[in-house]
Design a protein around this ligand. Sequence first.
Ligand code: 5HU
Length: 146
Amino acid sequence: MNIYFCGSIRAGREDLPIYQQIVSVLKIYGKVLTEHVAFPELEILEDALTDSDILERDLRWLSEAHVIVAEVTVPSLGVGYEIGRAVAMNKPVLCLFRPSCGKRLSALIRGSENNRSFFVAEYEHKEDYEQCITRFMNYCQQKRVV
Ligand SMILES: O=c1[nH]c(=O)n([C@H]2C[C@H](O)[C@@H](COP(=O)(O)O)O2)cc1CO
């Protein structure tokens, strides 16, 4: 299974340790195409690419992905864009949100929930998102998305 993970980069890296943990959980289920999102030294790697190279590469990976998992607590234009493109490609999306951050999740993300192809899960602890990811992956396998 190809998994596209989204997390904030230019919008702020404060959740990087959580992205690292989520990616290690996702790797149990398949290949994470965007593992770089959880690399601490990411900016150095991506500096070798132009912004249009990054967009072209990421859209290629998005089209190769079977499922999308996005950590949406840090509001990021890039993550929102990726989610919108994934929906337009009819890919299943799981958004993970930490309510204790004190902000409200965008209505455009929360409002997309349909319990069929777009899921929003709230979490506080690692066990919470582990469970959500397991449920999402099992669901996608049952629906033969992958
Ligand atoms: O260098 C990059 N590499 C890259 O893959 N992205 C993609 C993956 C992330 O899920 C998302 C982050 O967007 P933003 O940088 O606007 O927070 O965009 C974004 C950037 C920088 O915008």
